[in-house]
Design a protein. Structure first.
Length: 264
């Protein structure tokens, strides 16, 4: 089993290396025709996603897998979800479900897509959003670009740390996958405030439906990656989408949850 994971790991790392190699060239000659998240008048937007009949078949199979896998996972993991929700509610008596607005897939003309509702088991304190702005103002954001990251985020509660360590906080997204808002594999859906700061090139990471797992999430010590590297990995996935690549990402993602804590 470990040998199989190692082989998958090597192939995923090769994809990540290709993404890093292509960064300078893509940034310089990208066919992006989007300015301030809007397509320039009279210009044709060119998506990085594949096209054609074979890609349509891939999307059909991918959606079928999303429905079946998320449905079965919700049934099997329902006791875990219920216990986690109860534990979080007992901790602070607040709503254990965290609902966030995220930006969905770009429209066909390249304009910004509609916002979607994104669900997680709440791992932070009740006033997390107010604290986030205060932490930003104090210069404590450890991430570059529009994203916000802190290794020891004071907003995460004791129960929340356990939920995050075991990735249980992500389980409500199975419902989002089941109803078609997300996919099992795809770039993580960003906050509207983050997309407001995207460059035209970075907008291309929204050329496909967002997902639970992608190349960035399965990198060793992923929180050490810069935002530009994160974007490049997402765009590399978009350009190379296939059932085999999705399978490798799912296998590596399962391995990371069970054995690799470098991304905590």
């Amino acid at each position: 089993m470990l040998n199989t994971i190692d082989k998958i790991d090597e192939r995923v790392d090769e994809t990540a290396a290709t993404a890093a190699t292509n960064f300078a060239e893509d940034e310089a000659c990208s066919p992006v025709l989007v300015v301030d998240n809007k397509v320039q008048s009279g210009e044709k937007y060119t998506s990085f996603a594949k096209k054609g009949f074979r890609y349509g078949c891939y999307l059909f199979i991918k959606r079928a897998f999303d429905i079946v896998s998320s449905g079965l996972a919700m049934i099997v993991l329902s006791p875990v979800i219920i216990v986690a929700l109860l534990a979080k509610w007992l901790e602070d008596r607040g709503n254990p479900i965290y609902t966030s607005e995220r930006v969905g897939k770009n429209n066909k003309d390249g304009s910004r897509g509609k916002n979607i509702k994104f669900h997680k088991i709440r791992s932070m304190c009740l006033n997390a959003e107010e604290m986030k702005q205060k932490l930003i103002d104090e210069g404590l954001n450890e991430a570059d670009g529009p994203a916000f990251k802190m290794k020891n985020d004071p907003r995460i509660t004791k129960v929340g740390k356990v939920l995050r360590k075991l990735s249980i906080d992500e389980l409500p997204q199975l419902w989002d996958i089941f109803v078609g808002k997300l996919s099992v594999v795809g770039p993580r859906s960003p906050l509207p405030s983050e997309v407001d700061e995207y460059t035209p090139y970075q907008m291309h990471r929204l050329d496909v439906k967002g997902g639970l797992l992608c190349l960035w999430q399965i990198q060793h010590d992923r929180n050490a990656l810069s935002f530009d590297e994160w974007v490049e990995l997402d765009i590399e996935y978009i350009r190379k989408q296939s059932l085999w690549l999705d399978f490798k990402i799912i296998c590596k993602g399962a391995f990371m949850v069970l054995f690799d804590r470098s991304g905590e």
